[in-house]
Design a protein around this ligand. Structure first.
Ligand code: BGC
Length: 883
């Protein structure tokens, strides 16, 4: 009865939302053009209006639970297939589909990436994903974004969403942190569960990735993450565990890397013992794209689906194994049962995935995108209370920097989504201020190719191309005026040895005395390059492969000549190379000084972009080239300078931080970022984001820095045989996670040292206080313990505070981090208002992984409970004894 009533309510509410959306689609009422200056009040109203319908929609669309009928049908489907037909279903097709099986009338099912928006199938709504979502510390927002992504996927006929990514932000330079959430497993878990529930409530399978320990981008196929079990269990696995055991995610994606010497896709410990054994995962375990390395190894160790195509799990690789008994047919049947059971349960076989009630372009989704951006932007510095700015006092504003326009919505790689009408920082500010304020804009720095093209070399660059990978043989020679346009060097023909090596030689004479920038970019998968100046090799940032342009600075005297030699060795697919030298002050465009001096206030939009932070490469800790000098020049011309930083985590701010009064981290805020940034700058929205990472001063001080790169001399060999191809030998470098549990704030609080800005930190335009902490003085281990306290807005305006609860275990028999996050709540308060918050601590909140007993353990004795607004500021604390 109750179910039927709920379903009717759901259908009714969904119909209401659909008709509301139809009204919105009516071009007479709201034209697409009029969306551009639309403000957040309207979008939030839309979000609110649809909230009832959306939650009801969840009821209407939630996949039915497993039933014996589904189980029976799945068995019948398996029984109808020959062994060859079964094996055919273990690999994907056409990059983004499962394999169809006409014998059982099973169509193929579509997939799409989705860290910020549904990718691959045209333009989409781009949300504040990954690290930005984590900065909101708002599980309900995670649910809403999950629901929106689910609807976006449905409307594009997508069955599997390839997200969320939940790897731990161990190091700020890891290239994909922006797609993941935070440095803390508890925060990740609290967000990933509602996110998954949101996606799956729309009838779309979520895929949690990349399982596991894929915490760096360089050499991601070959590197082994070597970790002890306790570190794995306490830091790197809980987000996946929560996704499976609490979020009931229906697909998991294995990562590229090896874990303790074994590739994820064939890792018995991770896949069979932990995921499918301990956590009881019943869904589909798929590989990352080309992350499989062994046919029988993968088939026997848990992999159900090889993506994007069956290079290993195919008839050549598996048939003989079934015949000789090294792979049981029942193991293959289990994989098919997982696929069929899940697909049947979602109704994929019985209904079209496209639902006409969903929009591909949705104003309601835009509202969610804006909400995400507003909740995530984190105010880190506000000297002299420069912010919020009063629009009435501003006649001229300068918006400067490479990230000011166009909008930077997300990082690079497979998550890159083409956003509908993304709002840049420049246009967001101009929209908010209206026509009576002068807005001055300059990029401030040249594009990378302009530096290459405009370099004033003394003469032509000599190019010697060798038919070998080691500069042997007779080279072909040429002379080119510059290495502009990121010169494409084709791979040599196979009969000439395939990949080639190329030496570029040139002289440069400095016209002026001072600091010069040397900029180089080399893209060649598996290739490398080195650069020497006057015979001295420049130190290469480790693993700076791909598009991330490494740069160096050099002090030269006027008239000083340097000889530059670049040696590039190609990978298998050729390469692209660019090189340039510029006098650093000349990089800053002349308008910068004029505009900054003429403006009442300046916003410098700096940081990373998809070209400098993305999949497949790690990034620098330093800001991309020229940006430190740009910020310094602006701050010198106008002390009222506000810096916004785009990026997946911490970055170098020391060269200019004490010269600028205000700093905001905007992460990658999605398509509504510009509107949100403007609303925060001008106080239409009180900032509420909190750092989901510890923000270091330098890369060296990050606790992973000493352990991030592979241990020299610890390489091992790996022999891979892909069916039908000659065997290939790989070198496996070993990255030893000797930082152990001391990731991020765990390190800072345990050592008593302080990062630049601590995990959990973020300023507001109002103030808050915490009081009246209540915890039981003694309790039985294993019981759930309530912790309550009051949070008050002590300022003059409304705001949101994230109350954070940390637990310390000073009497533990084993060494533990000084404190660990075990609860939090975002509290919205009117000025003067107090809210009473109650959080509860379960057994896991007090436990650590006992490496000897191989289980979660609580050492009875003293614990300390702390509450505050960051990992370092916890004004409330109380002791608790567990018996
Ligand atoms: C990425 C995955 C992604 C897949 C499909 C891979 O390169 O690592 O995260 O889901 O491509 O696009």
């Amino acid at each position: 009865m109750l179910d039927r009533a709920c379903a009717q309510l759901a259908i009714h509410a969904r119909a209401k939302c659909v008709s509301l959306l139809r009204v919105m689609r009516n071009p007479k009422k709201i034209s697409t053009r009029s969306f551009l200056p639309i403000d957040s009040a309207f979008l939030l109203l839309v979000a609110f209006s649809c909230a009832l319908a959306t939650s009801a929609q969840i009821l209407a669309q939630a996949p039915a639970p497993d039933s014996s009928a589904i189980e029976a049908k799945a068995h019948t489907m398996v029984a109808k297939l020959s062994l060859e037909q079964k094996i055919e279903l273990l690999g994907g097709v056409d990059s983004m589909f499962t394999h169809a099986s006409p014998a059982i009338e099973l169509p193929r099912f579509k997939m799409s990436d989705a860290s910020v928006g549904v990718r691959t199938w045209g333009p989409t709504t781009a949300y504040a994903g990954g690290v930005a979502l984590a900065a909101s510390w708002d599980p309900e927002l995670a649910r809403k974004i999950g629901e929106s992504l689910g609807r976006d996927a449905r409307s594009r006929n997508v069955n599997f969403l390839l997200g969320p990514g939940v790897n731990i932000a161990r190091s700020p330079i890891a290239g994909r942190n922006f797609e993941y959430l935070s440095e803390d497993p508890y925060l990740n878990s609290a967000l990933v569960v509602p996110f998954i529930e949101g996606v799956q409530s729309q009838g779309v399978i979520a895929t949690v990735k990349h399982y596991a320990l894929n915490d760096q981008e360089y050499n991601r196929h070959n590197a082994s993450s070597d970790v002890d079990e306790r570190t794995m269990r306490e830091i790197y696995l809980p987000s996946f565990e929560a996704a499976v055991t609490k979020g009931h995610v229906d697909a998991v994606m294995n990562s590229y890397n090896l874990i303790n010497g074994v590739h994820a896709t064939q890792n018995e410990f991770l896949n069979l013992k932990v995921l499918k054994g301990e956590w009881g995962f019943q869904g589909i375990l798929m590989s990352d794209w080309d992350a499989t390395y062994d046919s029988v190894g993968a088939a026997n160790n848990g992999l159900d689906l090889e993506m994007p195509s069956p290079r290993f799990m195919n008839a050549k690789g598996l048939l003989d194994a079934v015949k000789d008994g090294s792979l049981k047919e029942s193991t293959i049947d289990d994989k098919l049962m997982r696929l069929f059971r899940t697909e049947l349960r979602y109704g994929f076989v019985d209904r079209p995935q496209f639902d006409p009630a969903d929009s591909t372009y949705s104003v309601a989704d835009r509202a969610v995108a804006l909400e995400g951006a507003l909740e995530s932007i984190t105010l880190l510095k506000n000297g002299g209370n420069l912010l919020p700015l009063n629009p009435a006092r501003i006649k001229t504003i300068a918006v400067i920097g490479p990230n000011a326009w166009p909008a930077v919505t997300g990082g690079g790689g497979s998550s890159e989504a083409q956003a509908f009408e993304p709002v840049s920082t420049l246009t967001g500010i101009a929209n908010l201020l209206g026509p009576n304020v002068h807005v001055l804009y300059t990029r401030g720095l040249p594009e990378m190719n302009d530096v290459f093209r405009k370099t004033n070399w003394d003469g032509p660059i000599q190019v010697a191309t060798y038919p070998s990978k080691d500069f042997t043989g007779t080279p072909q020679t040429a002379a080119v005026p510059s290495l502009g346009d990121f010169r494409r060097e084709r791979r040599g023909p196979p009969e000439n040895g395939g990949p080639r090596s190329i030496r570029y030689t040139a002289d440069y004479t400095a016209a002026k005395a001072g600091r010069h920038l040397i900029l180089a970019a080399y893209q060649s998968s598996g290739g490398n390059f080195k650069l020497t100046v006057d015979g001295k090799e420049l130190p290469m940032p480790p693993h700076a492969e791909g598009l991330v342009p490494p740069f160096w600075t050099l002090d030269l005297n006027a008239g000083q000549k340097v000889s530059v030699v670049a040696e590039c060795v190609q990978g298998n697919s050729g390469g692209t190379f660019g090189l340039g030298i510029a006098y650093e002050p000349d990089l800053i465009s002349p308008e910068v000084n004029i505009y900054a001096a003429a403006a009442d206030v300046v916003v410098v939009a700096a940081g990373f972009t998809p070209a400098t932070e993305g999949e497949g490469n790690d990034r620098t800790f330093a800001l991309p080239w020229g940006q430190d000098a740009l910020i310094g020049a602006v701050a010198q011309a106008n002390p009222r300078t506000i810096v916004t930083l785009t990026g997946g985590g911490g970055m170098e701010t020391r060269p200019w931080l004490d010269k600028v009064p205000a700093l905001l981290h905007v992460y990658y805020p999605g398509q509504e970022g510009g509107t949100a940034i403007a609303e925060v700058l001008f106080g239409k929205h009180n900032p509420e984001g909190k750092l989901p990472i510890s923000f270091d001063r330098s890369w060296d001080e990050n606790p992973s820095a000493a352990y991030y790169y592979p241990v020299k001399g610890a390489d091992t060999a790996l022999h891979v045989t892909e069916p039908g191809r000659p065997p290939v030998d790989y070198v496996v470098p070993h990255v030893k996670y000797d930082d152990g549990l001391m990731v991020g704030y765990r390190y800072w609080t345990t050592t008593g040292k302080h990062p630049l800005y601590p995990f959990g930190f973020g300023l507001s335009y109002t103030t808050f206080s915490f009081a009246n902490l209540q915890v039981l003085a003694t309790a039985a281990s294993g019981s759930t313990i309530p912790v309550s306290f009051d949070v008050t807005d002590t300022g003059k305006i409304a705001g949101a505070e994230v109350a954070q609860l940390y637990v310390s275990d000073p009497s533990a028999k084993s060494t533990r981090p000084e404190r660990e996050l075990k609860g939090f709540e975002k509290v919205r308060l009117a000025p003067g208002e107090t809210k009473h918050v109650t959080l509860s601590l379960d057994a896991r909140a007090f436990s650590y992984w006992d490496d000897k007993a191989h289980k979660w353990t609580i050492d009875p004795g003293k614990f300390v409970v702390r509450v505050g607004d960051s990992s370092e500021n916890t004004p409330l604390h109380a002791d608790l004894t567990l018996k």
